[in-house]
Ligand binder design. Structure first.
Ligand SMILES: Cc1cc2nc3c(=O)[nH]c(=O)nc-3n(C[C@H](O)[C@H](O)[C@H](O)COP(=O)(O)OP(=O)(O)OC[C@H]3O[C@@H](n4cnc5c(N)ncnc54)[C@H](O)[C@@H]3O)c2cc1C
Length: 444
């Protein structure tokens, strides 16, 4: 039984599906709460069910609720309980709020396709509202965005957001200027994308600031309230839309298993990716891969939570399961990541591949090409390729087809846009730092 059909789980299933011996030996069931595969680096969707059908693997669109390691069963929704001989845990990760009070309640995560779609819809909605606002203070309030977390996801979201807002939306709303818009990143560490080379962190910082994003570094969030973030030094920052991209950890289903865990809840695995029990002994026939796994590298650090790690782990476990079917031994798991690619919105990226650093437009082309190759299925490759091409020549699509209730709270929905302004435009506490963007019409 494979729990989770993401980067890791899908590769286990694919490996089994490709081997006749493994197909005959294993009766494989893949369980995922979604029937699509979310390609996080681009966040489009490709079919999981379709892939499973072609490869003689049963697929259940269902959610694992509890794992009983002793009884070798997994409880699913709809009162189904499935037993297993061998279990692969590949359920990925969920947003980590690090126990910051109010963070989960008052910020929006950016982890799923639905998160991405609702954010996009919300951006369009607040522009529509700002266009009708009675005064500049209200326009600025509506068009303020704050992102907590300056890691890869945070900077990529900021870059896309500023592109869409500035290049596509602003020209379509005659009452709005670039000065009404503010995008702020709050990063706890001293540099953005700390996993990248220091010179790439500096490049990303310069790039974002040039595009008008305000970046606050060494700024740790102590508390979050409605549209308001308080830092540990007492500074209060306000924004109409708060996003949380500060980190991930495994879901409670995995964090609560009676196994050996890292402090953030990942399961420690030995060199064949089998889970370790609290005494440090490997559990026969329970593999943990991808974002849920803490696998030691040769340098004593853990493998990074990246799609390439999950794919390598999935292929490795797939190989082990094939080897078990044909009776061959498999050496220990070894993997060195090939580098990283960080997209900075329209046609710019920074990357480090096999130790070679690159930035700018060529890096963006390599980013687009690399992820296109990685997509599952020729149909999605063509669709996404055409989409990239369309984006080269046209702006973002700004039609907003979601229900307003899905993207705005009741209070936001009923916000008065006419005078007198019912909400104080300036905060009671120190002024927000979210510097409005320079208006291109007024700056050289
Ligand atoms: C916005 C974003 C951008 C990213 N960009 C990059 C990037 O550019 N490069 C990179 O290398 N990495 C990137 N990552 C990280 C990368 O996506 C993860 O490291 C990778 O997806 C981990 O693979 P996985 O198989 O462990 O989990 P996932 O790919 O997340 O798959 C987990 C699967 O389990 C399913 N699932 C979860 N809970 C249950 C349950 N209880 N029952 C059944 N099914 C369940 C989910 O539906 C999902 O299909 C990004 C992540 C995000 C969120």
């Amino acid at each position: 039984m494979i729990l989770g059909g993401g980067f890791g789980g899908l590769d286990v299933a694919r490996a089994i599906g490709r081997s006749r011996a493994a197909r005959d030996y294993w009766d494989t069931v893949l369980v995922d709460k979604e029937n699509f595969f979310q390609f996080n680096p681009l966040l489009p969707a490709v079919a999981v069910r379709q892939m499973a059908r072609h490869r003689n693997i049963r697929f259940y669109k269902n959610k694992a609720i509890a794992i009983d390691l002793g009884g070798r069963t997994v409880r699913l929704h709809n009162q189904r309980t499935e037993s297993y001989d061998t279990l692969v845990i590949a359920v990925g990760s969920v947003t980590n709020y690090y126990g910051v009070p109010g963070a989960e309640e008052h910020t929006r995560p950016f982890k799923t396709l639905v998160d991405a779609m609702t954010l996009r819809a919300r951006v369009v909605e607040v522009f529509e509202m700002a266009e009708q606002a009675a005064n500049a203070a209200q326009r600025r309030r509506l068009l303020s965005f704050l992102i907590v977390g300056g890691g890869v996801t945070g900077v990529e979201v900021a870059a896309e957001l500023i592109d869409m807002a500035r290049d596509t939306l602003l020209p379509r709303y005659p009452s709005l200027t670039a000065g009404d818009l503010s995008v702020t990143i709050v990063e706890g560490g001293s540099r953005v994308v700390s996993s990248a080379r220091p010179e790439h962190s500096a490049y990303v910082l310069r790039f974002l600031e040039r595009r008008g994003v305000s970046v606050r570094r060494d700024a740790r969030v102590a508390r979050v309230e409605d549209k308001r973030v308080t830092l540990t030094d007492g500074t209060v920052l306000e924004a109409f839309t708060l996003l949380w991209t500060a980190g991930v950890h495994p879901p409670a289903l995995v964090r609560e298993l009676p196994l050996l865990h890292t402090p953030d809840g990942r399961v420690k695995v030995e060199d064949t990716l089998r889970a370790l029990d609290p005494a440090g002994h490997p559990l026969d026939d329970v593999y943990v891969i991808g974002d849920c796994a803490a696998a030691l590298r040769a340098d004593g650090r853990f493998q990074p939570a990246l799609s390439q790690t999950a794919i390598a782990m999935g292929s490795y476990v797939g190989k082990r399961l094939i080897a078990q079917a044909v009776g061959h031994p498999v050496p220990a798991f070894q993997f060195a990541d090939v580098g990283y690619i960080i997209s900075l919105g329209k046609h710019s990226s920074v990357l480090d591949l096999f130790g070679i650093p690159l930035s700018g437009k060529l890096a963006w082309l390599m980013w687009a090409g690399a992820y296109l190759i990685k997509m599952v299925g020729i149909r999605k490759q063509i669709e996404v390729g055409l989409d990239h091409l369309t984006h080269f020549f046209f702006e973002h699509d700004t039609s907003q087809i979601m229900n307003r209730r899905q993207v705005l709270s009741d209070e936001e929905l009923n916000l008065s846009l006419g005078p007198p302004d019912p909400v104080p435009a300036t905060p009671a506490t120190p002024a927000p730092p979210a510097a409005p963007l320079a208006d291109p019409a007024r700056t050289p």
